[in-house]
Design a protein around this ligand. Sequence first.
Ligand code: FDP
Length: 281
Amino acid sequence: MTDIFSAIQRTAIRIKDAIDTKDIGYSQQENSSGETQLQLDIKCDMIIEEEFSHVNSIHTIASEEKEREVLLHKDGKYFIAYDPLDGSSLIDVNLSVGSIFGIYEGAFGAKNMVASCYVVFGPRVEMVFAHNKTKLHLLQGKEFEFVKEIRLNEKGKLNAPGGTQQNWKPYHKEMVDSFFNEGYRLRYSGGMVPDLHQILLKGGGLFSYPNTSDKPDGKLRKLFEVFPFAFIFKMAGGEAIDGSVDLMELEYAHIHDTSACFFGSKYEIQRVREVYAKNKY
Ligand code: FDP
């Protein structure tokens, strides 16, 4: 695992450099989710594939930017699913973006996840790596330094409701409002990495990306986004569900499958569970 941790650190330094210097224009290509790829998305994907190709313990990679899995080392044991530049629609407005890595042993799938990591590219570059604990690291020069372990409180103060509101189910809207009525504050940038990072670092709250009328299976991808963050939240003492089921219990059929998802501290997730149990799911 140390070799993977080091390779992710190298990708983070190179991606930071690419963000600072690369042309952010759109390419002519679409990714598997039908989004037009930025040249920067493609560049970051190439950086990660290149760094991982030097790590013998990595068997196969799957990228949000690639249609299919890529075999790297047939004797390796780890399968890594990554989103090279999540939230890249925020690049042109200079908001924070991130890379996400789900590390699976033997095969992809939530039950095989052994570690998870994300990097936030904001005013500073920070990395959260969850293996036995959830640890925050800060890029200082060319090295990541350990800062602290992340632990969530039982209850938070932030509410980050994703998805197009017009397409929310009425009971979902009522639930979101119930948190605001209780004093929760809106904190939502539209980038999954910084939005969840904020909840983790501020001690708790709720991030939701529900099933909506236009996206009946949610938007966020299981292997690249949902499972990695579910692993991190659970290891930090929080919870992660799809409305009723623990996200880490979900199966996947295709590498680009999506799911509704709710991440938070225990108090908020209990409310989600109660509301969704009472309403048609
Ligand atoms: P983006 O499309 O900018 O890459 O899955 C990607 C993501 O951003 C998440 O980072 C973010 O939480 C979500 O999509 C926002 O999606 P919508 O604005 O389409 O609701």
